[in-house]
Design a protein around this ligand. Structure first.
Ligand SMILES: [Zn+2]
Length: 446
Protein backbone atom coordinates (compact mmCIF):
# COMPACT_ATOMS: atom_id res chain seq x y z
CA UNK A 1 0.00 0.00 0.00
CA UNK A 2 1.31 3.45 -0.88
CA UNK A 3 2.36 6.28 1.35
CA UNK A 4 -0.07 9.11 2.09
CA UNK A 5 1.15 12.46 3.34
CA UNK A 6 -1.05 14.75 5.42
CA UNK A 7 0.32 18.29 5.42
CA UNK A 8 -0.28 20.92 8.10
CA UNK A 9 1.23 22.20 11.29
CA UNK A 10 2.29 19.30 13.49
CA UNK A 11 2.67 19.16 17.23
CA UNK A 12 4.15 16.09 18.80
CA UNK A 13 5.37 15.21 22.23
CA UNK A 14 8.63 13.44 22.92
CA UNK A 15 7.97 13.49 26.68
CA UNK A 16 5.29 14.19 29.28
CA UNK A 17 5.02 18.01 29.59
CA UNK A 18 4.12 17.63 33.26
CA UNK A 19 7.46 15.88 33.84
CA UNK A 20 9.83 17.96 31.73
CA UNK A 21 9.72 21.60 30.56
CA UNK A 22 7.30 22.21 27.69
CA UNK A 23 10.10 23.37 25.40
CA UNK A 24 11.77 19.98 25.79
CA UNK A 25 8.60 17.90 25.68
CA UNK A 26 6.90 19.31 22.59
CA UNK A 27 8.03 19.76 19.02
CA UNK A 28 6.13 22.02 16.63
CA UNK A 29 6.62 22.08 12.87
CA UNK A 30 5.06 25.12 11.22
CA UNK A 31 5.13 23.22 7.92
CA UNK A 32 4.91 19.66 9.02
CA UNK A 33 3.58 16.42 7.66
CA UNK A 34 2.51 12.98 8.78
CA UNK A 35 3.33 10.04 6.53
CA UNK A 36 0.81 7.22 6.75
CA UNK A 37 0.71 3.71 5.33
CA UNK A 38 -1.48 0.71 6.12
CA UNK A 39 -3.32 2.65 8.83
CA UNK A 40 -0.18 3.53 10.76
CA UNK A 41 2.10 6.53 11.07
CA UNK A 42 5.35 5.99 9.20
CA UNK A 43 6.92 9.31 10.16
CA UNK A 44 6.10 12.78 11.46
CA UNK A 45 8.38 15.61 10.50
CA UNK A 46 9.05 18.57 8.25
CA UNK A 47 6.87 18.59 5.13
CA UNK A 48 9.70 19.29 2.70
CA UNK A 49 11.79 16.42 3.98
CA UNK A 50 8.92 13.95 3.94
CA UNK A 51 7.88 15.01 0.43
CA UNK A 52 11.43 14.42 -0.76
CA UNK A 53 11.55 11.06 0.99
CA UNK A 54 8.23 9.97 -0.51
CA UNK A 55 7.97 11.53 -3.99
CA UNK A 56 5.17 9.21 -5.08
CA UNK A 57 2.96 9.79 -2.05
CA UNK A 58 -0.63 10.95 -2.35
CA UNK A 59 -1.16 14.21 -0.50
CA UNK A 60 -3.88 15.75 1.65
CA UNK A 61 -2.94 19.38 2.25
CA UNK A 62 -4.68 20.72 5.36
CA UNK A 63 -3.10 24.16 5.02
CA UNK A 64 -2.49 25.83 8.38
CA UNK A 65 -4.59 23.32 10.33
CA UNK A 66 -2.87 21.78 13.35
CA UNK A 67 -2.45 18.01 13.09
CA UNK A 68 -2.71 16.11 16.36
CA UNK A 69 -3.49 12.58 17.49
CA UNK A 70 -7.27 12.14 17.68
CA UNK A 71 -8.63 13.02 21.09
CA UNK A 72 -9.03 10.19 23.61
CA UNK A 73 -12.05 10.47 25.92
CA UNK A 74 -11.07 8.28 28.86
CA UNK A 75 -14.40 8.30 30.72
CA UNK A 76 -17.90 8.62 29.32
CA UNK A 77 -21.29 6.91 29.32
CA UNK A 78 -22.64 6.46 25.82
CA UNK A 79 -26.09 5.41 27.18
CA UNK A 80 -26.42 8.88 28.73
CA UNK A 81 -26.08 10.74 25.43
CA UNK A 82 -29.82 11.34 25.37
CA UNK A 83 -29.92 12.92 28.83
CA UNK A 84 -26.97 15.29 28.54
CA UNK A 85 -27.71 18.75 29.97
CA UNK A 86 -30.48 17.64 32.35
CA UNK A 87 -31.18 20.34 34.91
CA UNK A 88 -30.97 20.77 38.59
CA UNK A 89 -29.71 17.66 40.40
CA UNK A 90 -26.65 16.50 42.24
CA UNK A 91 -25.09 13.08 41.80
CA UNK A 92 -27.34 10.65 43.65
CA UNK A 93 -30.58 12.40 42.66
CA UNK A 94 -29.29 12.86 39.12
CA UNK A 95 -28.71 9.11 38.80
CA UNK A 96 -32.20 8.31 40.06
CA UNK A 97 -34.05 11.03 38.17
CA UNK A 98 -32.36 10.95 34.79
CA UNK A 99 -29.79 8.18 34.39
CA UNK A 100 -31.49 5.03 35.58
CA UNK A 101 -34.74 5.52 33.60
CA UNK A 102 -32.72 6.06 30.43
CA UNK A 103 -30.35 3.15 31.06
CA UNK A 104 -33.34 0.86 31.59
CA UNK A 105 -34.11 1.23 27.87
CA UNK A 106 -30.86 -0.39 26.77
CA UNK A 107 -32.13 -3.94 27.02
CA UNK A 108 -33.56 -3.19 23.58
CA UNK A 109 -30.71 -3.93 21.14
CA UNK A 110 -32.09 -1.54 18.53
CA UNK A 111 -32.19 1.37 20.98
CA UNK A 112 -28.70 0.53 22.22
CA UNK A 113 -27.27 0.42 18.70
CA UNK A 114 -28.95 3.67 17.70
CA UNK A 115 -27.53 5.45 20.72
CA UNK A 116 -24.07 3.92 20.21
CA UNK A 117 -24.11 5.09 16.57
CA UNK A 118 -25.19 8.56 17.64
CA UNK A 119 -22.56 8.81 20.38
CA UNK A 120 -19.71 7.75 18.10
CA UNK A 121 -20.77 10.11 15.32
CA UNK A 122 -20.92 12.99 17.78
CA UNK A 123 -17.49 12.01 19.06
CA UNK A 124 -16.01 11.96 15.55
CA UNK A 125 -17.58 15.31 14.78
CA UNK A 126 -15.68 16.69 17.77
CA UNK A 127 -12.37 15.07 16.81
CA UNK A 128 -12.52 12.25 19.35
CA UNK A 129 -11.29 8.97 17.91
CA UNK A 130 -11.12 6.75 21.01
CA UNK A 131 -13.53 6.57 23.94
CA UNK A 132 -13.81 4.48 27.09
CA UNK A 133 -17.49 4.04 27.85
CA UNK A 134 -19.57 2.57 30.59
CA UNK A 135 -22.41 0.60 28.98
CA UNK A 136 -25.49 -0.52 30.95
CA UNK A 137 -26.37 -3.65 32.85
CA UNK A 138 -27.60 -5.25 29.60
CA UNK A 139 -25.13 -7.34 27.58
CA UNK A 140 -26.85 -6.02 24.44
CA UNK A 141 -25.58 -2.55 25.32
CA UNK A 142 -22.01 -3.81 25.25
CA UNK A 143 -22.44 -5.61 21.93
CA UNK A 144 -23.99 -2.44 20.47
CA UNK A 145 -21.05 -0.31 21.61
CA UNK A 146 -18.38 -2.54 20.15
CA UNK A 147 -20.32 -3.29 16.96
CA UNK A 148 -20.91 0.42 16.30
CA UNK A 149 -17.21 1.16 16.90
CA UNK A 150 -16.13 -1.70 14.63
CA UNK A 151 -18.37 -0.34 11.87
CA UNK A 152 -16.33 2.88 12.04
CA UNK A 153 -12.97 1.19 12.54
CA UNK A 154 -12.62 2.92 15.92
CA UNK A 155 -10.50 1.73 18.84
CA UNK A 156 -12.77 1.89 21.88
CA UNK A 157 -12.86 0.52 25.39
CA UNK A 158 -16.07 -0.43 27.18
CA UNK A 159 -17.74 -2.77 29.58
CA UNK A 160 -20.92 -4.03 31.20
CA UNK A 161 -21.92 -1.70 34.05
CA UNK A 162 -22.55 -3.94 37.05
CA UNK A 163 -24.93 -3.05 39.91
CA UNK A 164 -26.45 -5.40 42.48
CA UNK A 165 -27.67 -2.96 45.13
CA UNK A 166 -29.13 0.54 45.46
CA UNK A 167 -30.48 0.53 41.92
CA UNK A 168 -33.96 -0.05 40.45
CA UNK A 169 -35.13 -3.66 40.11
CA UNK A 170 -34.74 -3.65 36.34
CA UNK A 171 -31.14 -2.44 36.59
CA UNK A 172 -29.84 -4.93 39.14
CA UNK A 173 -27.79 -8.04 38.50
CA UNK A 174 -26.17 -10.38 41.03
CA UNK A 175 -22.56 -11.01 41.93
CA UNK A 176 -22.63 -14.23 39.92
CA UNK A 177 -24.44 -12.91 36.86
CA UNK A 178 -22.23 -9.81 36.74
CA UNK A 179 -19.18 -12.06 36.75
CA UNK A 180 -20.54 -14.49 34.19
CA UNK A 181 -21.95 -11.86 31.82
CA UNK A 182 -18.75 -9.82 32.04
CA UNK A 183 -16.65 -12.93 31.41
CA UNK A 184 -18.65 -13.80 28.31
CA UNK A 185 -18.46 -10.27 26.93
CA UNK A 186 -14.77 -10.04 27.71
CA UNK A 187 -14.14 -13.26 25.82
CA UNK A 188 -16.16 -11.99 22.87
CA UNK A 189 -14.71 -8.51 22.61
CA UNK A 190 -11.34 -7.99 24.30
CA UNK A 191 -8.77 -7.89 21.53
CA UNK A 192 -11.37 -8.39 18.81
CA UNK A 193 -10.38 -5.90 16.14
CA UNK A 194 -9.57 -2.68 18.00
CA UNK A 195 -11.82 -3.37 21.01
CA UNK A 196 -10.60 -3.41 24.60
CA UNK A 197 -12.78 -4.63 27.44
CA UNK A 198 -13.07 -2.88 30.80
CA UNK A 199 -14.48 -4.69 33.82
CA UNK A 200 -16.96 -2.11 35.10
CA UNK A 201 -18.52 -1.94 38.56
CA UNK A 202 -20.42 1.37 38.45
CA UNK A 203 -19.24 2.39 41.93
CA UNK A 204 -19.13 1.01 45.44
CA UNK A 205 -22.63 2.17 46.48
CA UNK A 206 -24.18 0.01 43.74
CA UNK A 207 -21.98 -3.09 44.12
CA UNK A 208 -22.09 -5.39 47.13
CA UNK A 209 -18.81 -6.69 48.52
CA UNK A 210 -19.68 -10.05 46.93
CA UNK A 211 -19.93 -8.40 43.52
CA UNK A 212 -16.65 -6.54 44.02
CA UNK A 213 -15.00 -9.84 45.00
CA UNK A 214 -16.36 -11.54 41.87
CA UNK A 215 -15.22 -8.74 39.57
CA UNK A 216 -11.82 -8.57 41.28
CA UNK A 217 -11.39 -12.28 40.64
CA UNK A 218 -12.37 -11.83 37.00
CA UNK A 219 -9.82 -9.04 36.58
CA UNK A 220 -7.14 -11.17 38.24
CA UNK A 221 -7.85 -13.84 35.64
CA UNK A 222 -7.68 -11.27 32.80
CA UNK A 223 -5.19 -8.65 33.97
CA UNK A 224 -4.67 -7.18 30.51
CA UNK A 225 -8.23 -5.84 30.54
CA UNK A 226 -9.02 -2.43 31.96
CA UNK A 227 -11.11 -1.88 35.09
CA UNK A 228 -13.17 1.31 35.20
CA UNK A 229 -15.29 2.73 37.99
CA UNK A 230 -15.97 5.95 39.92
CA UNK A 231 -14.20 7.28 43.00
CA UNK A 232 -14.86 10.18 45.38
CA UNK A 233 -16.90 12.37 43.08
CA UNK A 234 -19.08 14.11 45.68
CA UNK A 235 -18.82 14.59 49.43
CA UNK A 236 -22.27 13.02 49.99
CA UNK A 237 -21.16 9.95 48.04
CA UNK A 238 -17.97 9.59 50.08
CA UNK A 239 -20.04 9.70 53.28
CA UNK A 240 -22.43 7.09 51.87
CA UNK A 241 -19.53 4.73 51.10
CA UNK A 242 -18.17 5.22 54.61
CA UNK A 243 -21.58 4.28 56.03
CA UNK A 244 -21.83 1.20 53.80
CA UNK A 245 -18.26 0.08 54.63
CA UNK A 246 -17.52 1.14 58.22
CA UNK A 247 -14.39 -1.05 58.31
CA UNK A 248 -12.78 0.48 55.23
CA UNK A 249 -9.90 2.92 55.62
CA UNK A 250 -11.36 5.15 52.92
CA UNK A 251 -13.33 4.98 49.65
CA UNK A 252 -10.42 3.61 47.63
CA UNK A 253 -10.00 0.83 50.18
CA UNK A 254 -13.41 -0.59 49.20
CA UNK A 255 -11.91 -1.29 45.76
CA UNK A 256 -8.42 -2.15 46.97
CA UNK A 257 -9.72 -4.79 49.40
CA UNK A 258 -11.32 -6.61 46.46
CA UNK A 259 -8.41 -6.52 44.03
CA UNK A 260 -9.75 -3.57 42.05
CA UNK A 261 -6.66 -1.36 41.99
CA UNK A 262 -3.46 -1.36 39.96
CA UNK A 263 -2.25 -0.94 36.37
CA UNK A 264 -5.25 -0.72 34.07
CA UNK A 265 -7.56 0.67 36.75
CA UNK A 266 -9.38 3.85 35.75
CA UNK A 267 -10.96 5.83 38.56
CA UNK A 268 -13.29 8.54 37.30
CA UNK A 269 -13.34 11.88 39.17
CA UNK A 270 -11.13 11.20 42.25
CA UNK A 271 -11.77 14.67 43.67
CA UNK A 272 -12.12 14.26 47.42
CA UNK A 273 -9.05 12.14 48.20
CA UNK A 274 -7.24 11.47 51.43
CA UNK A 275 -3.45 11.51 51.53
CA UNK A 276 -3.45 7.70 51.69
CA UNK A 277 -5.66 7.47 48.62
CA UNK A 278 -3.41 9.82 46.64
CA UNK A 279 -0.36 7.75 47.55
CA UNK A 280 -1.99 4.41 46.79
CA UNK A 281 -3.39 5.55 43.45
CA UNK A 282 0.06 6.69 42.34
CA UNK A 283 2.07 3.85 43.82
CA UNK A 284 -0.26 1.14 42.52
CA UNK A 285 0.01 2.42 38.93
CA UNK A 286 -3.71 3.18 38.77
CA UNK A 287 -5.01 6.01 36.59
CA UNK A 288 -7.52 8.67 37.51
CA UNK A 289 -9.70 10.40 34.93
CA UNK A 290 -10.45 14.10 35.27
CA UNK A 291 -13.96 15.01 34.09
CA UNK A 292 -14.11 18.78 34.58
CA UNK A 293 -17.33 19.69 32.78
CA UNK A 294 -19.13 17.05 34.82
CA UNK A 295 -17.53 18.19 38.06
CA UNK A 296 -18.73 21.76 37.59
CA UNK A 297 -22.10 20.81 36.05
CA UNK A 298 -23.07 18.44 38.87
CA UNK A 299 -21.31 20.62 41.44
CA UNK A 300 -18.88 17.95 42.60
CA UNK A 301 -15.72 19.93 43.34
CA UNK A 302 -12.32 20.89 42.03
CA UNK A 303 -9.94 18.16 40.85
CA UNK A 304 -6.30 18.84 41.72
CA UNK A 305 -4.84 18.25 38.25
CA UNK A 306 -1.65 20.24 38.69
CA UNK A 307 -0.77 18.83 42.08
CA UNK A 308 -1.57 15.21 41.19
CA UNK A 309 0.29 15.35 37.88
CA UNK A 310 3.31 16.94 39.54
CA UNK A 311 3.34 14.00 41.94
CA UNK A 312 3.51 11.52 39.09
CA UNK A 313 -0.11 10.35 39.08
CA UNK A 314 -1.33 8.97 35.75
CA UNK A 315 -4.23 11.15 34.64
CA UNK A 316 -6.61 10.92 31.70
CA UNK A 317 -9.26 13.37 30.58
CA UNK A 318 -12.92 12.49 30.08
CA UNK A 319 -16.16 14.17 29.04
CA UNK A 320 -18.26 11.99 31.39
CA UNK A 321 -21.25 12.49 29.12
CA UNK A 322 -24.06 12.78 30.11
CA UNK A 323 -23.01 14.01 33.59
CA UNK A 324 -20.55 16.11 31.61
CA UNK A 325 -22.04 18.95 29.64
CA UNK A 326 -20.17 18.65 26.34
CA UNK A 327 -19.11 16.06 23.77
CA UNK A 328 -16.09 18.23 22.95
CA UNK A 329 -12.64 17.49 24.30
CA UNK A 330 -11.79 21.10 23.43
CA UNK A 331 -14.50 22.28 25.82
CA UNK A 332 -13.31 19.65 28.30
CA UNK A 333 -9.75 21.01 28.12
CA UNK A 334 -11.13 24.51 28.64
CA UNK A 335 -12.98 23.34 31.73
CA UNK A 336 -9.82 21.64 32.99
CA UNK A 337 -8.03 24.96 32.59
CA UNK A 338 -10.79 26.78 34.47
CA UNK A 339 -10.80 24.22 37.30
CA UNK A 340 -7.01 24.53 37.43
CA UNK A 341 -7.29 28.31 37.78
CA UNK A 342 -9.78 27.91 40.62
CA UNK A 343 -7.32 25.49 42.24
CA UNK A 344 -4.36 27.86 41.87
CA UNK A 345 -2.61 26.12 38.95
CA UNK A 346 -2.49 27.46 35.37
CA UNK A 347 -2.39 24.33 33.21
CA UNK A 348 -0.25 24.97 30.11
CA UNK A 349 -1.87 24.36 26.70
CA UNK A 350 0.77 21.69 26.05
CA UNK A 351 -0.31 19.90 29.22
CA UNK A 352 -3.97 20.15 28.26
CA UNK A 353 -3.38 18.77 24.75
CA UNK A 354 -1.10 16.02 26.03
CA UNK A 355 -3.63 14.94 28.67
CA UNK A 356 -6.42 14.83 26.05
CA UNK A 357 -4.34 12.57 23.80
CA UNK A 358 -1.34 10.62 25.09
CA UNK A 359 -2.23 11.06 28.77
CA UNK A 360 -5.65 9.51 28.24
CA UNK A 361 -4.22 6.80 25.98
CA UNK A 362 -1.60 5.96 28.61
CA UNK A 363 -4.29 5.82 31.29
CA UNK A 364 -6.13 3.31 29.09
CA UNK A 365 -2.84 1.42 28.56
CA UNK A 366 -3.25 2.08 24.84
CA UNK A 367 -0.19 4.30 24.32
CA UNK A 368 1.89 4.48 22.19
CA UNK A 369 -0.46 2.63 19.84
CA UNK A 370 -2.91 5.50 20.40
CA UNK A 371 -2.53 9.13 21.41
CA UNK A 372 0.80 9.97 19.77
CA UNK A 373 2.26 10.99 16.42
CA UNK A 374 5.19 8.61 16.83
CA UNK A 375 6.21 6.31 14.01
CA UNK A 376 4.34 3.03 14.40
CA UNK A 377 1.31 4.50 16.12
CA UNK A 378 -2.15 4.07 14.65
CA UNK A 379 -3.03 6.91 12.27
CA UNK A 380 -6.04 8.13 14.28
CA UNK A 381 -5.73 11.86 13.74
CA UNK A 382 -7.49 15.18 13.98
CA UNK A 383 -6.83 18.43 12.14
CA UNK A 384 -7.76 21.59 14.05
CA UNK A 385 -8.67 24.82 12.28
CA UNK A 386 -7.11 27.42 14.59
CA UNK A 387 -9.29 30.19 13.13
CA UNK A 388 -12.68 28.48 13.10
CA UNK A 389 -14.75 31.47 14.21
CA UNK A 390 -14.20 35.23 13.87
CA UNK A 391 -13.66 35.55 17.62
CA UNK A 392 -10.99 32.84 17.64
CA UNK A 393 -9.39 34.00 14.39
CA UNK A 394 -8.82 37.57 15.54
CA UNK A 395 -7.09 36.36 18.69
CA UNK A 396 -5.02 33.68 16.95
CA UNK A 397 -3.84 36.27 14.41
CA UNK A 398 -1.92 38.01 17.20
CA UNK A 399 -0.18 34.82 18.35
CA UNK A 400 3.57 34.82 18.57
CA UNK A 401 3.99 31.07 19.08
CA UNK A 402 2.02 27.84 18.72
CA UNK A 403 0.73 27.94 22.29
CA UNK A 404 -0.81 31.38 21.83
CA UNK A 405 -2.16 30.20 18.49
CA UNK A 406 -3.86 27.08 19.85
CA UNK A 407 -5.08 28.33 23.23
CA UNK A 408 -8.01 30.39 21.82
CA UNK A 409 -9.25 27.22 20.09
CA UNK A 410 -8.92 25.25 23.31
CA UNK A 411 -10.88 27.88 25.24
CA UNK A 412 -13.46 28.90 22.62
CA UNK A 413 -13.45 26.13 20.03
CA UNK A 414 -16.06 23.47 19.31
CA UNK A 415 -16.89 21.10 16.46
CA UNK A 416 -16.47 23.95 13.97
CA UNK A 417 -12.74 23.73 14.66
CA UNK A 418 -12.55 20.12 13.48
CA UNK A 419 -11.17 20.34 9.93
CA UNK A 420 -10.56 16.63 9.45
CA UNK A 421 -10.57 13.30 11.25
CA UNK A 422 -8.76 10.12 10.28
CA UNK A 423 -9.34 6.62 11.62
CA UNK A 424 -6.47 4.23 10.85
CA UNK A 425 -5.35 6.53 8.07
CA UNK A 426 -8.77 6.85 6.48
CA UNK A 427 -10.42 10.25 6.42
CA UNK A 428 -13.89 9.83 7.81
CA UNK A 429 -15.71 13.08 7.36
CA UNK A 430 -16.10 16.75 6.75
CA UNK A 431 -16.15 19.56 9.29
CA UNK A 432 -19.80 19.53 10.23
CA UNK A 433 -21.77 17.47 12.70
CA UNK A 434 -24.37 16.96 10.02
CA UNK A 435 -21.78 15.44 7.74
CA UNK A 436 -20.78 12.89 10.33
CA UNK A 437 -24.25 12.02 11.50
CA UNK A 438 -25.68 11.51 8.05
CA UNK A 439 -22.67 9.93 6.37
CA UNK A 440 -20.69 8.13 9.05
CA UNK A 441 -19.44 5.32 6.85
CA UNK A 442 -18.75 7.11 3.60
CA UNK A 443 -15.24 8.34 4.24
CA UNK A 444 -12.94 9.20 1.39
CA UNK A 445 -9.39 8.02 1.19
CA UNK A 446 -6.79 10.72 1.54
ZN1 LIG B 1 -19.01 8.60 34.98
Amino acid sequence: MGIHLILGQTLRFDADPFAVPVAEAARHDRRGAIAVADGRIVATGAADALRRAHPGASIADMGDALLLPGFVDAHMHYPQTGIIASWGRRLIDWLAAYTFPEEARFGDPAHARAQADLSLDLALAHGTTTLASFCTIHPASVDAWFEAAAARGMAVTGGLTCMDRNAPDDLRDTAQSAHDDSAALLARWHGTGRAHYAITPRFTPTSTPDQLVALGALWAAHPDCAMQTHLSEQVDEVAWVAALHPGARDYLDTYEAHGLIGPGALFGHAIHLTARERDRLRDSGSAVVHCPTSNTFIGSGLFALGALAAGGQWIGLGTDTGGGSSFSMLRTMAAAYEVGQLSGTAIHPAQLLWTATEGSARALRRAPDLGTLAAGSAADLVALDLASTPAIAQRAARATDIWEAVFPTIMMGDDRAIAGVWIAGRRVGAATVKGFVTRPHEGTSI
